[in-house]
Write a protein that binds this ligand. Structure first.
Ligand code: HEC
Length: 435
């Protein structure tokens, strides 16, 4: 099934990223001349905004007053992560063998067009997590198959652990109160998926605020979008008030490189956190491969290129699994002789389909080799979209990094305390200006 690897990537990154006459190609850059900073990422368990302000956390009062986490936890990342990853009051569903911390090597550079990032970390597994949960034909219907390791069905052994690896960057330009001090802990709340006090889908649906924002689950949000002091998930402000916060720049950029849903087409997604974890306006490089009405897939593998029209469970981790529209896909044929156990991906990925502000991260590539991901990334400077944080020369930003691997999603990641990044300005990580 070699043909899965053909297509634009085979032509080389340079050809793909042409059109930018002056900008560097992050995959071909000389990264040796850019200093490396090591950031320790750690497992946060369920240390939510609400828990951090509760009587269970000795630092509650100071945290409520906007104190930095590292005032009391400087250098404690590994210690915290190794404790929180095992069964404890903040981890009711520990995952066997999960690591509590990982070292992330970060390099940052910039030129007149772009900021450039290079990130490296050792994965927990001896293989990259490039697959995403599938739909499996059971003889009659295409049913969801595979899930992340925090999911109850995986913990009970009813579903195999399958999830894509990810590398995430969160950016604040000073517009979000306390982000410089407390980083991503401002976005992590009771009620979110896999978190403490998670409401049922029906409870979410019955909440006026979630009806107003047209969402069916609780994801990252900022305290400024809620009305009560503890920023409860169901106490949202009006859409007008939220729009005003956004217009005033009171949101975070959140972009994710995804081993399945963006990497095969040389991209990362582009989103922002405000009242919810939103995607930017436009279109992502990934979209559903299933028609909700018919319950049927939209695309299947092109057997001429892939050798088969669907995968089997034993193919995962041996063969690339991504459906790239126009490269290894043909329209789904309901009469192609489907057998129980046939697998087709839940998403179809396309560089050409990505559009608008959601498609700003077009030069991103991760390569997994010898147990390590290396992701290189170009992010345009001076973006003017209302859902982006414009990176500008002379300015300092608060960044937070996260890595998901080991078939985990939602809070099953490893995260950093906030770190400053300066572009021609003093900071913990000072971007190297390229000549
Ligand atoms: C004023 C000091 C202080 C501040 C500020 C503070 N903490 Fe704590 N935190 C503590 C102490 C003390 C403990 C208990 C440590 C122990 O039991 O070993 C603790 C425990 C924790 C734990 C649980 C670890 C365990 O051992 O069970 C987490 C997670 C945590 N803090 C996260 C944070 C985060 C995130 C922030 C910033 C938003 C923060 N803390 C800010 C003092 C502080």
């Amino acid at each position: 099934m070699k043909a899965f690897r053909a297509g634009p990537m085979a032509l080389g990154i340079a050809a793909l990223f042409s059109g930018s006459a002056v900008a560097a190609d992050p995959a071909a850059m000389d990264w040796k001349s850019v200093p490396t900073k090591t950031v320790t990422l750690f497992y946060p368990g369920q240390s939510t905004f609400q828990w951090l302000r509760s009587a269970d956390h000795p630092g509650a009062q100071m945290v409520g007053g906007g104190q930095e986490c590292v005032t009391c936890h400087k250098g404690q990342e590994e210690k915290l992560g190794n404790k929180l990853v095992k069964a404890n009051k903040l981890e009711p569903t520990p995952v066997d063998g999960k690591n509590g911390a990982v070292q992330l090597s970060v390099q940052v550079a910039y030129d007149a067009q772009n900021a450039y990032f290079r990130a490296q970390w050792k994965t927990r597994n001896a293989h990259p997590g490039e697959a995403y949960p599938f739909r499996r034909f059971d003889g009659k219907e295409w049913k969801p198959y595979g899930n992340q390791r925090l999911a109850a069905a995986v913990r009970k052994g009813e579903q195999p652990p399958i999830y894509e690896d990810r590398f995430s960057i969160m950016i604040d330009d000073g517009g979000v109160q306390n982000f410089a001090q407390q980083g991503c802990w401002l976005t992590c709340h009771d009620g979110e998926r896999d978190s403490r006090k998670q409401p049922s889908a029906d409870q979410v649906k019955a909440t006026a605020f979630f009806q107003a924002i047209k969402k069916a689950d609780v994801r990252k949000y900022l305290p400024s979008t809620r009305t009560d002091a503890l920023a409860s998930w169901d106490q949202g402000k009006s859409l007008d008030e939220i729009a005003k916060i956004k217009a005033a720049g009171g949101f975070l950029d959140l972009m994710q490189w995804r081993a399945h849903r963006s990497n095969p087409v040389g991209m990362a997604d582009d989103g922002y956190v405000l009242e919810y974890r939103n995607f930017d306006a436009g279109k992502n490089p990934f979209s559903s491969n299933f028609d909700a009405k018919s319950g049927q897939p939209k695309f299947m593998y092109d057997a001429k290129k892939s050798g088969k029209k669907a995968l089997a469970i034993d193919d995962i981790r041996k063969l690339p699994t991504v459906l790239v529209r126009g490269q290894n896909t043909v329209p789904f044929d309901p009469n192609a002789g489907w057998k129980a156990g046939d697998l087709l991906p839940q998403y179809v990925v396309s560089r050409e389909d990505a559009a608008g502000s959601a498609a700003d991260n077009k030069q991103v590539k991760g390569v997994w080799k010898d147990g390590m991901w290396t992701v290189v990334w170009a992010r345009p400077l001076n973006l003017a979209n209302p859902d982006d944080k414009a990176l500008k020369e002379g300015k300092v930003y608060n960044f937070a990094f996260a890595v998901h691997d080991d078939n985990m999603t939602s809070r099953g990641h490893l995260v950093s305390f906030p770190v400053t990044v300066g572009f021609g300005a003093k900071a913990t990580i000072e971007a190297t200006k390229l000549k």
